[in-house]
Structure formats: structure tokens, C-alpha cells
Ligand binder design. Structure first.
Ligand SMILES: [Zn+2]
Length: 193
């Protein structure tokens, strides 16, 4: 069965930023650059259908709690205003895309695009009920975003051909977990255009 981009649908593009996708990025996600073409195809599809397009970005203060210097798991990445925090240049974001910055509180971890952001408020106001999620990293920010969306009552379509993770096994497990939680795994060919 084909999945429709209903009137109440939005595309959520998670964290396609230089530090994750560029060759010299601070926290490279293997395969990030290989999904860009597909991410852009989805963006075009949603633009053509005149649907909401959201792009989230990690937007950390220089002393963010997730950084190693503070005992966190990650090297500094996506520091507010740095080149590493810029969207990857290959990403074709329309001007009207809604940009959601997350992880802005120095003392709070935040992987989900819904975590202490306006995203749920904005989508609710626009009447969005179904979100299509793509981006990086599968087992971190994509997973957290999908799980929050499900908990908030959205129908979630995980775009399997436009996500990339840090580890192969951990990505597979995360995908299974998202499906168990209620997400529908789909690819470009599954969508009604
Ligand atoms: Zn981060």
C-alpha cells in the first residue's frame, strides 16, 4: 500500500549539518553524504505538494554538557555560529523551511527535535498529524525525534533510504525499536506522488 503525503503531513529533516556530513566534520556520520540526494528528493516532493518542511539542527553552546570536556560522550560539535553547525551545503533547503535549533541549553542533553523546542507547538498550529522523518544519526537524534513524535501522537513515517547512523548494528537495532514503537518504515517508492 502506498503512503500518502496527506494535507496534514510534514517532512522533518534531522541535523544535516557539516559536523556530521562534511569530510572534515567534528563528528562524522558514515554515509551521511550518501543520503543527501534522497533527502533532497523528499524535500522536492514536499515542496511540490506544498507541505511543511522542517529542518532541525544541533545548536550547542561551546560548553555543552554532551561534550567530552564536561564528561559527555562527544567531541565538541555543532557549536552555535561555527561552520560545523551550518547546514551541509549539498542540502537543498527551501527558504520557507522551518528551522528548529536544539541542544541550546548548556546543561541539558537534547537529541530530539521536540526536546525543549517549539516544534510540537508549530506543527500543532499547522494541523500536522503525520511526520516523515529523515536525516542523521539514526540511533541518536533520528531515533529520539521519532520516539517523541510517536509519544506526542503523530503518525510517523521513517524514511529508510534517507537516514544514516554511526554504527551499522546500532542503526539496525534503532530502526527495529522505532518500528516496534509504532513508526512505519518506508522508502521513496512507497510514497504516493
Ligand atoms: Zn549534539
Amino acid at each position: 500500500m502506498k503512503i500518502a503525503i496527506t494535507k496534514y503531513s510534514a517532512l522533518v529533516v534531522v541535523d544535516i549539518q557539516n559536523d556530521f556530513c562534511a569530510e572534515n566534520g567534528a563528528l562524522p556520520v558514515p554515509g551521511c553524504h550518501s543520503i543527501i540526494e534522497n533527502v533532497n528528493k523528499y524535500i522536492e516532493m514536499f515542496e511540490r505538494a506544498k507541505r511543511v518542511i522542517v529542518a532541525s539542527r544541533d545548536w550547542h553552546p561551546p560548553n555543552h554538557i554532551s561534550f567530552k570536556m564536561r564528561g559527555g560522550p562527544w567531541p565538541p560539535h555543532c557549536v552555535q555560529g561555527s561552520a560545523g553547525a551550518d547546514f551541509y551545503p549539498g542540502l537543498k533547503l527551501p527558504d520557507k523551511a522551518i528551522i528548529i535549533s536544539k541542544g541550546t541549553d548548556p546543561d541539558a542533553e537534547a537529541y530530539s527535535a521536540f526536546d525543549k523546542t517549539e516544534l510540537h507547538y508549530i506543527l500543532s498550529k499547522l494541523g500536522v498529524r503525520r511526520v516523515f522523518v529523515c536525516g542523521v544519526a539514526t540511533e541518536y537524534c533520528v531515533r529520539a525525534t521519532v520516539k517523541d513524535a510517536l509519544e506526542l501522537g503523530y503518525e510517523v513515517i521513517l524514511l529508510g533510504d534517507a537516514i544514516a547512523g554511526i554504527g551499522e548494528e546500532s542503526s539496525r537495532e534503532a530502526i527495529m525499536e522505532m518500528i516496534r514503537s509504532g513508526a512505519v518504515l518506508a522508502e521513496f517508492k512507497d510514497l504516493l506522488t
